[in-house]
Design a protein around this ligand. Structure first.
Ligand SMILES: Nc1ncnc2c1ncn2[C@@H]1O[C@H](COP(=O)(O)OP(=O)(O)OP(=O)(O)O)[C@@H](O)[C@H]1O
Ligand SMILES: [Mg+2]
Length: 313
């Protein structure tokens, strides 16, 4: 099924301005400069000299430019993100690993407009998330972003079907029943649609959350430790679904995980340490991920590989 057409901002949107593009380029170094070149190539000048930006033809769905986030004040300041520059590929699964407290959740929250940066910029589909007001952020999260939490975040009084459809109903968007059926089939919930969360296993609840995230056909899904509360079989089911949604529907996904096995499902693996990206691996093997995992001083025990493509390792 064709994905929804990419959002093309107009001069009335909170779109990238010429000055913010150049700020991002200056701040972002080589990686960001590539994307802003693409922005300039596809951007068109509007009457008020702002640039209307479309990322629809390039390979970047979201990026951060010189992104920093600190918590607390002078005496007890915590630097959660320290001048991070990163691009997330369209139609790819990117995994973010790193020790506890390294800034993974903070990065996801800033990217998804759930938290505000202290400095720097965040863009999703060429829209500057970091410059949006609350109303614009709500709109962005409804249209462009899906978020999957470790703790599922389902509404306990609603059935699986009602939970999946809730975001569309809140935003009064039409429900594409064919797309709903397709997603429900892929996540294997056909016989569980009338069940409430308390009547579902953890894995089934997380698959409901995945289906909910997919339902609005977001440009990008951010998933913060989506398998953190699941056993290995349920993890495999959820990861397989996310991987299939990338392969079959071109979904863009960024997933935070502590588990090298889960990271091995991704096209790219980033490692965060002390609020900075220290590793960037493209199509790494499970063995390579394990090496980095060990080198980063993780004391957690990695689980056995369950991704079929890694089973021979
Ligand atoms: N609301 C907050 N107030 C103060 N400090 C915070 C807040 N949120 C996060 N931090 C701090 O920012 C740093 C990064 O936190 P973050 O939650 O992003 O880490 P993480 O990599 O997701 O860790 P984990 O793997 O344990 O989930 C930590 O030192 C944390 O204590
Ligand atoms: Mg976290």
């Amino acid at each position: 099924m064709a994905r929804h057409s990419a959002h093309t901002p107009t001069s009335t949107d909170t779109s990238l301005t010429a000055s913010s593009a150049s700020t991002a380029r200056e701040a972002g170094g080589a990686a960001i400069s590539d994307s802003t070149k693409r922005i300039n190539a596809t951007g068109t000048h509007t009457a008020d000299s702002r640039i209307s930006v479309s990322h629809s033809d390039d390979g970047v769905v979201a990026y951060a430019a010189d992104l920093s986030k600190t918590y607390g004040t002078k005496d007890a300041i915590v630097t959660a993100l320290d001048h991070v520059n990163v691009e997330f590929g369209r139609g790819q699964m990117t995994a973010i690993m790193g020790p506890s407290g390294s800034g993974k959740s903070t990065l996801m929250h800033c990217m998804a407009g759930l938290d505000t940066p202290t400095s720097g910029q965040v863009f999703v589909e060429g829209l500057e998330v970091s410059a949006m007001n609350q109303r614009q952020l709500t709109d962005l999260r409804r249209k462009e972003i899906g978020f999957i939490f470790q703790s599922f975040n389902l509404v306990p009084t609603l059935t699986a079907e009602e939970n999946i459809l809730l975001p569309l109903q809140i935003s009064r968007k039409p429900i594409d029943r064919d797309w709903f059926k397709q997603i429900v089939k892929v996540v294997g919930l056909e016989k569980r649609l009338t069940h409430r969360p308390s009547q579902l296993s953890g894995g089934q609840q997380q698959r409901v959350a995945c289906a909910r995230a997919m339902m609005a056909r977001p440009s990008v899904i951010f998933a913060d430790e989506p398998t953190g509360n699941l056993d290995s079989r349920s993890s495999r089911e959820v990861l397989s679904f996310l991987q299939d949604s990338v392969r079959e529907y071109g979904q863009s996904i960024v997933i935070v995980t502590h588990d090298p096995r889960a990271a091995s499902y991704a096209n790219r693996v980033l490692v965060l340490a002390d609020g900075q990206i220290t590793q960037d691996m493209h199509e790494p093997s499970y063995g390579q991920i394990l090496q980095v995992f060990a080198a980063e001083g993780n004391d957690e025990q990695p689980t056995q590989p369950t991704n079929p493509s890694e089973a021979s390792l």
